[in-house]
Every structure is written in C-alpha cells, then in structure tokens.
Design a protein around this ligand. Structure first.
Ligand code: NAD
Length: 428
C-alpha cells in the first residue's frame, strides 16, 4: 500500500474486524465498535492579529464510552483529517481498556498550523474550540489532553474557557495541565518509565535480567530519555540512541561501545530531543546514520520516536541478536514489517500496551483533579508501576495460554472488555 493510499481509519477497522472474527463477536457489537459512537464537526471563527477572521475546521470524535468517560488528545495540525482522528479515537479505546482504566476512547483536532500563528491566535483557537464543544465534553463525559502541537498552555486556556462558561472550577475537564495548575507529578516520566516496567516484567518471565541485557533506542525525546534513564538505572547497557538533526535535516544515531550515559547526553540535548553532534563527538560518541540504531547487535530495540520506523525496507537489517522489540512510539512498526518479525519469532510488545503509561498517568491526573487532592511523585509512580505490571501480565498470560502473539492477546483483552461493558449496560 502506498503512503497516499494509507487510511488509518480503514487500518483501525481492519484490525478490529480480524479480532472480532476471532472473538466471535455478535454482528450488533461489531457494528457498534467499528465506528465512533459520536462525532462533532464544527467551525471555529477566529479573529487573527491583523484584524481578519479565519475559519478553522475542528473535530471531536468519541469512539466508545462504555467503560468510562472518553479520553484522548486534541491535535493542532494543518494536515489533520477526520479519518486520522477517528482511527486515533478507536486506538485510544483499546489502549485505555488494555490498561484496565475506567475510560473510553476519544480524540480531537483543529486543522491549523500553530507554527504560523501567534500565541494570542493559538489562545483564541483553543478558547473557541471549547466554546463550540463545551456541552459535549466534561470531567464525567470526555476529557481531552495535549497531542501533536498542543501542550500544557493550550490545555490551561481550554480549562479556563470551560470554567468561564460553566461558572465554577473544573480542573478534571482536561489533563496535561502545568504541574502547579492541576497537572500530575510523574507525567513527564510516565510513558518512558511505563515501557521499562513492562520490559522488566517480560525479562522476569524469560528468566533474564537487566545486567545481561543490551538495548538501542530510536529517539531521544521525552519517551526515549525516560525509557533510557530507567533501563540503565535497572542495570541494562544502552549502546545507542538516535535523534533528528535540525541543522542537517536528517536523523543520526549516536553509538558508544562503553554505553550511553543518559544524563551526560541529556545535558547536550535541546528541548526538541536533538543532540548536539559536536559535543557528542567530544564525549566519545560515534555518529552513525539515522537507521543504524536498529542495526546494533543488542538484545532489545526500543523505537521511541515516530511511526513507521521499522518498515519492509529496513526490517531485514535487524540483527539476529535482537529478540525483543518494545514500542515506546505509537505505530512504529508497519504491518508488513510486523509480519516479517512474526516469521522470525521475535517478541514484539505492542505499542498500545507498552506506551500506555502516558494515558494511565493522565487518568491519575483526572482522579487527582476531580478530588482536588494531589499525590506525591512516588505515589504516582508506584500506582503507575502496579497498573503497567498488571496490564502486562494479563496480556502475557493470554498469549502463553493461547499460543498467540502479545499484540493479538492485547487486542482480544481490550475488545472483549469494551464489548462486555456495552452488553452489561444493556446497549445490545
Ligand atoms: P518528542 O518530540 O519529545 O521526541 C521525539 C524524538 O524523536 C526526538 O528526540 C526527535 O529528535 C526524534 N526524532 C524525530 N524524527 C526522527 C527520526 N527520523 N529518526 C530518529 N529520531 C527522530 O516526542 P515523545 O513525546 O518522546 O514521543 C515519541 C513517540 O511516543 C511518539 O510516537 C508519540 O506519539 C509516542 N507517545 C508519546 C507519549 C508521551 O507521553 N509523550 C505517550 C504515548 C506515546
């Protein structure tokens, strides 16, 4: 399939259809779960700084809320499409379900380019979005969060607008807020640490330990840095990481035989996760091509940068030594590459299980905000560890019992959970 033909919504539906067949789901539940329950399409008239008015298209998709309020980010992107948002909403339903969170799946977006807009214009877009959708979201209905090109500041404007309209304080209406304005401690670490909690449990099952485990990571942003940090803290040896180089407009991998020192590298990395190549060289890191991170003779690969990182063109470059791939990023392995990994019997921990630490901590933020009572970082991380550990074991046990891959087991668990909740509510 060429990139132009790729439709994430169709992909999400096909994945669902395959598992629905295996789980022998009724026709009615299939009809319900293969499409979003509700979609809102609306226009945002926004006054621009030059006095003109621009109208931006905006969406909020609620795929399913049988298990609890919908949860999912709001993206600001010029190439956003309704089908991408639908697919992401569906995947959020499976992610929250596999982590056993009392939440459903949703996603939103505005077709706009914040890189071309002033702060004030972005604020007006954020507020207008809430003006249009406030009746259809809420702490007990649908709880948005940051996503591509939105951050804590957008969430705070959105919360403030919601509170202006509703006349009260509703910190639980949105997550990803700044820490001193209702955000949760531990959110920054949550996704990367979650990946390593899952890896720890997997190594235990395989009777292996971190001291004898080497890894290579794609990316050196939020998820990659925290995964690298905990992996090395647990005693693993990390030999390479990679990142995008804005100056040369291409990615590089950085390799050091004696191992990567995460703090040392972090100190020479900018806020976008790009490593200073000259300083890295001074510290003894070899600079290799962007793809070399996956060619290293290690035990574990951790793609934690972007989607389609392991594809049919590079999957054969993965050395025999690699027997585990655990995904920090969303969608880092294409379907074709995954089929090849399956034939190799390589253990792949699916993205929506491995990186569920982020949404799990967002759920904790929601709980804390609704109670207006905030936990210590230790408490957050302890709860996160317990959730991720349980989620892993449920998936692992099913995959062992049924002799199926973890991805299939994870899909079966989440789809069954959601289907049973719909039935228990008497919807079908
Ligand atoms: P980030 O922007 O902080 O970091 C991205 C990193 O990838 C940077 O180091 C960047 O230089 C690098 N990169 C970009 N293009 C690259 C390329 N071609 N080759 C190698 N490296 C490249 O992003 P993040 O928050 O760490 O997210 C990473 C991935 O994890 C994304 O797929 C995201 O959707 C997913 N994810 C993130 C969270 C979260 O809580 N942040 C939660 C779940 C999933």
């Amino acid at each position: 399939m060429s990139e132009e033909d790729y439709n994430p919504y169709k992909e999400a539906q096909e994945q669902f259809d395959r598992i629905a067949e295996k789980c022998d789901l009724d026709e009615s539940i299939r009809d319900l779960l293969r499409e979003p329950i509700k979609e809102y399409h609306f226009n945002l008239p926004v006054k621009m700084d030059d006095g003109s008015t621009e109208v931006f298209k905006a969406y909020r998709v609620q795929h399913n809320d049988a298990l609890g309020p919908c949860k999912g980010g709001i993206r600001f992107h010029p190439e956003e499409t309704i089908d991408t948002i639908r697919a992401l909403a569906i995947w959020m339903t499976w992610k929250t379900a596999v982590a056993d969170l009392p939440l459903g799946g949703g996603k939103g977006g505005v077709i706009c380019d914040p890189r071309e807009m002033s702060e004030r214009e972005q604020e007006r877009v954020s507020r207008e979005y809430i003006k249009q959708i406030n009746k259809n979201i809420g702490p007990l209905q649908d709880v948005p969060a940051p996503d591509v090109m939105t951050s804590a500041k957008h969430m705070l404007w959105m919360m403030d607008e919601y509170e202006n309209i509703r006349g009260g304080r509703y910190p639980g209406v949105i997550t990803g807020k700044p820490k001193d304005m209702g955000g949760s401690k531990g959110r920054t670490e949550a996704t990367g640490y979650g990946v390593i909690y899952v890896l720890r449990e997997l190594l235990n099952e395989l009777d292996r330990d971190f001291e004898d485990t080497t890894a290579s990571v794609q990316g050196f942003g939020n998820v990659a840095q925290h995964a690298a940090e905990l992996f090395t803290e647990y005693g693993g040896k990390l030999v390479s990481v990679s990142c995008w180089d804005q100056e040369d407009k291409k990615p590089y991998s950085y390799y050091r035989e004696s191992g990567v020192d995460v703090d040392e590298l972090r100190n020479i990395t900018d806020e976008y996760g790009s490593i200073d190549k000259e300083k890295a060289k001074e510290k003894g890191y070899e600079r290799l091509s962007g793809e070399d991170w996956l060619k290293q003779e290690v035990d574990v690969l951790i793609p934690a940068a972007l989607e389609n990182a392991i594809n049919k063109d590079n999957v054969k470059e993965i050395p025999e030594s690699v027997d585990i791939i655990i995904s920090g990023a969303n969608g880092p392995i294409t379907t074709e590459a995954d089929d090849i990994l399956k034939d190799r019997d390589l253990l792949v921990v699916p993205d929506f299980l491995a990186n569920a630490g982020g949404v799990t901590c967002s759920y904790f933020e929601q709980v804390q905000s609704n109670q207006n009572y905030y936990w210590s970082k230790e408490e957050v991380l302890e709860k996160l560890d317990s959730k991720m550990t349980n989620a892993f074991h449920e998936v692992w046990n099913l995959s062992q019992e049924e002799d199926i891959r973890m991805k299939e087991a994870a899909y079966i668990i989440s789809i069954k959970r959601v289907a049973e909740a719909c039935k228990a509510r008497g919807w079908l």
